[in-house]
Structures are given as structure tokens and as C-alpha cells.
Write a protein that binds this ligand. Structure first.
Ligand code: ARG
Length: 585
């Protein structure tokens, strides 16, 4: 029996076929397939109600027509029943469950199935994108880990993904940085903690400029020199960028975060005049008090709140470079979709950017990519306020990650003191970094969340330690039996799932594609986290209910098969989220 990877999509297609053969009007029929409450089946189609209502038909009668017209191939792998006013419930047969599970034998097979979800789409994903010469702090972690997960997930689901770290490497802060570098630099401090020192000279230059008008003038002078291409200042600018890039790289390496490009704001300097010209020529932009601005008359706020695309002193700003960025990503990268990750406080900027881009591209007859501002909430301390150190400074990311690994080390040592030191160190790094990462991903990104060490390092609940531990539990079943989970011979001769616990686990496995679909359609990794957490829970119930290594070879094979696939999906899912999994802990 051939059972497709994405069963929801297969059932969607079957219902559309049924509608056509029942001579129902197919235009505007969306079956709306969802995973069902397990008490009712595996999938349910909710779309009949709206469809029938819009045409003044009896929804139950329409549902009956559809079920009667279902293709024979569909009824080979599931049964369909009608519930309530016109929902259609589908329940997979045990042999279909077995066929699906058998077909997903490796990461490559799953990836081949998932590729249909986003095949043929090219995404540019702009994430992390910190500002030069500023330390990465806790606030930066969300964009990094959510961005990395989104890139991995989209690529796994067939998309072509171009990752761009849009560094904030241009702007007025360089006046102070360059002046500070020339007058206040402590070379020793620069070699021990370069970013710390850059931040210090920036703050000191800022204070000096505030206190002394002569310094303020000098700072402005340095900026003007940089902008007009002065060789010495350009060299210093390059140096400052390089120093800060290498500090960023250290953290990216630790967190396994990758980019294809680091174009940065400065890359767009020579592409700005075209933006000003086209937007002015198309009458989208107008002069207002010396600045160039765009209003959106159809928008309740942006009809009066301007999108300033060039400042009154003629200088470029965040909006200018972002407009040029939209154009470059569309024309040079030929992006079908542009995704930018920042915290939710920048929502207005991106809304204005997108409104402007749509009008500009339409006017100039350019292809319009899709655009998604993937925004996220803040990380709060246990007092519910923005998370800070005791002295009130933002917590440095480096320090946070080091603390996570150290805390995990204490936990791991308490749990498994017999493991060699080196292995405990490795486990702590996977658990500690995984905990920070997973805590972030498991939350709906739109909400703020409260950071708590106890919670994120707990072995209970929807946490990294719980899931990493679940992986090692399945692995240990194979280890104890002297088997390799990737070796298909142990699962040969498996019969279809039978007992309630086997069936429940098998069904949960088949819901993986739906979790991928939901996660990548909404660019919200927490859907995948929830799925993995539920899968681990289903596995626990199964393992509590059934003995795996039993005499009967067919029963043993099918239970081992369920274990092997649980392991494969848990590991695949966790790797997509950026976690490292372990053989034991
Ligand atoms: N550098 C900005 C910041 O730290 C984020 C940039 C996001 N990307 C963009 N194309 N605007 O807030």
C-alpha cells in the first residue's frame, strides 16, 4: 500500500476529487483538514459547513455526497464518517499506519516527503542582525534561535533558503566610536574583551560629547569624514566592524548559527539614490520639513505618521537602507519571500516598509515577493520586568550561555556521577545550550516570556532536558537489546499496531507532517515543540503500557519499529530546532 507522507494533504486532494465527481461546485471549496481529536479519528475536514452554508445547502447532505464519492484509493487507507452537522472524520486503518511508519525509515526519506511543502520557493531570511560594537545580550538570543530554526525548517521542507545577517554597521554611532577609538582606547582591554572595550569607549565618548561642546564638534567631524570617505576613518570603521564581527562569530559558533551573507546596512550605501529617485518620481515620497517622507493615506495611523526615508540633514536612516534591501533581495536574490526577524517593537517600521514596498514595486512593475516580519516578544525576569543583572545592566549573552552550561553540569553530575568527566561536560553543553534555546522556541514567539532557570532546566514539562532525556530513553532500549535503531532487520516482519497504546503512538507519529506544515506556514517553531513534547508523552504512555522486548517476534518487531520511528522523529525535530541530541545522559 502506498501512503503519502502528508496525509492531510492527501485527504484534502481526495475530498476535492470527490466534490468534482459528485458534481458539486468545486470553486471555493476548501476542505480545511486538521488533525482530529483522537477520540474522533486522525484527521477531520471542517470545511463542508462553510461551503454548504454559502450555497444554502444542507451540510450533512453535502458531507454524505462527498463521502460516497471518495476515491477508492482513499478508502483503502482510511475510513470516513460524518459527525455533527457536517464534519468528516477520517481514521487511518492499522495497516495504513504501519505502511506510513515503514516508509519513513530515514531522515532522507522524511525530508523527501517534506520537500513538497515549500518546494520551489526561495526565501531570504534576515535574522540576528545585531548592531556593530554592541555586546550581544539576552535580548538578542530570540532572533538568533528562532531565525536559525526557521531556516532549517524551511530548507528541510524543500525551500531554498538564503540566510543574511543584516548587521547594523553604519550610522551616527560611528562618530563617537571613531573619536573614542582615537582618544580613549585602552589597547590592553581591547585585546582581552574587544566588544566590552568598544562599548566602553562609545559610552565615554557619548558622555564627553554631552559635557563638552568641543568634543561634540569633534565627534561630528569624525562622522562627516567617515561619510565622505576619509581613508583613516574608513580604516578605523573597518577595524571596528571586524572586531565586533569576530566577537559575534564566537557566539554563533557556540550556538551553531550560520549565515550565507553578512551584507549589513553599509552594503546599501550606494543603492540609496535609486530609492529616493524612484519613490520621488512615483510621487510616493514627498518633502516634509526638509526630510523625505512617505505617508499612507489609507492607513489609520500612517496617514499622519510619516515613514521618514531620508533625514532632513540628507543622511540615510534605517528606512532608507531597508527599502534598498527589499529591492536588492528581490532583484539580486530573486526572493519569492523575504522574512525579517526582530522584536515586536519594530512592527510599525516593518508595516510602513511593506506598505511602501508594495506600492513602489507595483508602480515600477516589479515582481512582488511575499514579506513576513517575524516579530517576537521580550524575555522577562521573574519579576515580570525586562530581564537585567542585579546592577540593572542587560545580561550579556556570553555570560548567560556560560551559566547555562555550568548549571547543567551540576545537574548532570548529580544525575550521572559515574559518567566520565569529559562526557559530562559534553552533555552539559548540549543540555545547557539546548535549554536556553528550547525555552525560547517552545513559547509562542508573539508573547513575552518569563525566564526561569528552574523551569528551563527541569526534567519535567515541555523542556529541553525532558526531550533530550526522552531521546536517550529510546536509545537505551536498543542499547540494552544489543540492537541498532537504524538497522531495519530488527523491525522486519512488524505487524500493524494493535493495542490502544500502540495505535495512539502510531497516530501521533503520522501527525509529524502536519506539525511541520503548521510550523513553516506560520513561522512559529512552538508548534513543532508542542508536537515533539506530545510525541514524547505518547511514547512514555506506550512504554509504560507495553513491554517491547517480548518473545513473539512479530509483536517485538512492531514495537521496536514504533520505538525506532519515535527516536527518528524526535531527533529530526530537535535537530531542526537547533538542539544537539545525546546517546545517554
Ligand atoms: N540591527 C537591527 C536591530 O538591532 C535589526 C535589523 C533587522 N533587519 C532589517 N533589515 N531591518 O534592531
Amino acid at each position: 500500500m502506498h501512503v503519502s507522507f502528508d496525509l492531510a494533504a492527501a485527504l484534502d486532494a481526495a475530498l476535492r476529487t470527490a466534490a468534482a465527481s459528485a458534481q458539486l461546485e468545486t470553486d471555493g471549496f476548501n476542505p480545511e483538514l486538521r488533525t482530529a481529536d483522537p477520540r474522533h479519528g486522525d484527521f477531520q475536514a471542517n470545511g463542508v459547513l462553510a461551503y454548504a452554508k454559502a450555497r444554502k445547502l444542507n451540510p450533512r447532505a453535502v458531507a454524505e455526497q462527498l463521502v460516497a464519492a471518495l476515491p477508492a484509493a482513499t478508502l483503502e487507507f482510511c475510513t470516513a464518517t460524518i459527525a455533527g452537522p457536517g464534519f468528516i472524520n477520517f481514521t487511518l486503518t492499522p495497516s495504513a499506519l504501519l505502511a506510513w511508519i515503514q516508509a519513513q525509515g530515514s531522515v532522507a526519506q522524511i525530508k523527501a516527503g517534506a520537500a513538497s511543502l515549500h518546494h520551489g520557493h526561495r526565501y531570504v531570511v534576515d535574522f540576528s542582525s545585531p548592531n556593530t560594537a554592541k555586546q550581544l545580550h539576552v535580548g538578542h538570543v530570540r532572533g538568533m534561535v528562532i531565525g536559525e530554526a526557521i531556516c532549517r525548517l524551511l530548507a528541510f521542507c524543500g525551500a531554498e533558503v538564503i540566510r543574511d545577517n543584516h548587521i547594523g554597521d553604519w550610522g551616527t554611532q560611528f562618530g563617537k566610536l571613531i573619536w573614542g577609538y582615537k582618544h580613549l582606547l585602552d589597547a590592553n582591554a581591547l585585546s582581552t574583551d574587544p566588544l566590552e572595550e568598544l562599548e566602553r569607549i562609545y559610552k565615554a565618548a557619548d558622555a564627553a560629547a554631552k559635557a563638552d561642546p568641543a568634543v561634540l564638534d569633534a565627534v561630528r567631524g569624525e562622522l562627516v569624514k567617515l561619510q565622505s570617505g576619509d581613508a583613516e576613518n574608513l580604516a578605523l570603521w573597518h577595524k571596528i566592524i571586524a572586531i565586533s564581527a569576530s566577537a559575534f562569530t564566537e557566539i554563533y559558533r557556540l550556538l551553531d548559527i550560520h549565515f550565507d551573507h553578512q551584507l549589513g546596512e553599509s552594503f546599501y550605501n550606494d543603492k540609496l539614490p535609486q530609492v529616493y529617485e524612484e519613490l520621488t518620481a512615483g510621487k510616493l515620497a514627498e518633502e516634509s520639513q526638509g526630510a523625505l517622507v512617505v505617508f499612507h493615506p489609507e492607513h489609520p495611523r500612517f496617514k499622519t505618521q510619516p515613514f521618514i526615508i531620508r533625514k532632513s540633514d540628507g543622511a540615510a536612516n534605517y528606512a532608507s537602507t531597508d527599502l534598498a534591501t527589499m529591492l536588492y533581495r528581490t532583484e539580486h536574490f530573486k526572493a519569492d519571500a523575504i522574512v525579517i526577524l526582530t522584536d515586536a517593537r519594530q512592527s510599525d517600521h516593518f508595516e510602513q516598509l511593506w506598505l511602501t514596498t508594495q506600492k513602489w514595486f507595483t508602480q515600477t512593475q516589479r515582481a512582488l515577493p511575499r514579506f513576513n516580519h517575524v516579530s517576537f516578544g521580550s524575555i522577562l525576569g521573574e519579576d515580570g520586568k525586562a530581564i537585567k543583572t542585579r546592577s540593572g545592566d542587560p545580561i550579556k549573552l556570553k555570560a548567560l550561555l556560560a551559566e547555562a552550561i555550568e548549571r547543567a553540569y551540576v545537574l548532570v553530575t548529580a544525575k550521572a556521577p559515574e559518567l566520565p568527566e569529559l562526557e559530562r561536560r559534553e552533555i552539559s553543553s548540549a543540555v545547557g545550550l539546548g535549554a536556553i534555546r528550547y525555552a525560547d522556541l517552545a513559547q509562542n514567539r508573539s508573547s513575552d516570556y518569563v525566564f526561569s532557570w528552574d523551569k528551563i532546566l527541569s526534567f519535567e514539562g515541555n523542556t529541553a532536558p525532558y526531550l533530550l532525556y526522552a531521546v536517550t530513553r529510546v536509545r537505551s532500549i536498543f542499547r540494552k537489546a544489543g540492537l541498532d535503531p537504524a538497522d531495519a532487520s530488527a523491525t522486519q516482519g512488524a505487524t500493524p499496531p494493535e493495542s490502544p497504546a500502540e495505535l495512539a503512538l502510531a497516530r501521533k507519529l503520522t501527525a509529524f507532517p502536519t506539525a511541520l506544515q503548521l510550523t513553516t506556514a506560520q513561522l512559529r517553531p512552538h508548534f513543532l515543540c508542542t508536537y515533539l513534547y506530545e510525541l514524547a508523552g505518547e511514547f512514555s504512555s506506550f512504554y509504560a503500557a507495553e513491554k517491547v522486548i517480548v518473545e513473539d517476534s512479530a509483536v517485538r518487531a512492531r514495537r521496536l519499529l514504533l520505538c525506532a520511528r519515535t527516536l527518528l522523529l524526535l531527533e529530526t525535530g530537535l535537530h531542526l530546532l537547533g538542539l544537539r541530541t545525546l546517546a545517554r545522559m
